[in-house]
Design a protein around this ligand. Structure first.
Ligand SMILES: [Fe+2]
Length: 147
């Protein structure tokens, strides 16, 4: 199995995600590329898990999607889809933690982990982008009606 190149993930896209999660994500990418020990990876993964949990909780408890939907109820199906991604992303991150916790002594697990990590970060970034886009669309249409 070949290790995915680090540039497979466009690092500039990470700016799309919340600041509380970005530090963990950047450090995870650096640590993974540098072959950091499992303890360090686990610490960062658990930090990201905790930040992501709080971030999702804020969004779900009457967060910014509600404001956007009040402006444009037509986007509600898309918003519901995005909120359904939260438990899936949480599950993916828990899987990554399990991968590192159960990693065998030989280094072969690192290639799988790097691949899974990049896939997860891409999904997380895409999720956040879609939410931001939904909010922009809701207000953009609103402004359009005023014009
Ligand atoms: Fe979200």
């Amino acid at each position: 199995m070949s290790r995915p190149p680090l540039d497979a993930l466009d690092v500039s896209r990470i700016r799309q995600i919340d600041e509380s999660m970005r530090g963990h994500v950047e450090e995870l990418l650096r640590s993974t590329a540098a072959g950091a020990d499992r303890g360090r990876l686990l610490q960062r993964l658990k930090g990201l898990d905790s930040d992501m949990h709080h971030h999702f909780e804020m969004e779900e408890q009457g967060g910014f999607l509600d404001g956007a939907l009040a402006h444009d109820p037509r986007l509600s199906a898309m918003a519901a889809d995005l909120l359904r991604q939260h438990p899936m992303l949480s599950h993916d991150l828990k899987q990554l933690i399990t991968t590192v916790e159960n990693a065998p002594a030989e280094p072969a697990w690192r290639a799988t982990f790097a691949e899974q990590l990049h896939g997860f970060i891409n999904r997380l970034v895409e999720h956040e982008r879609a939410e931001n886009r939904l909010v922009q669309d809701a207000y953009h249409d609103d402004i359009g009606e005023v014009d």
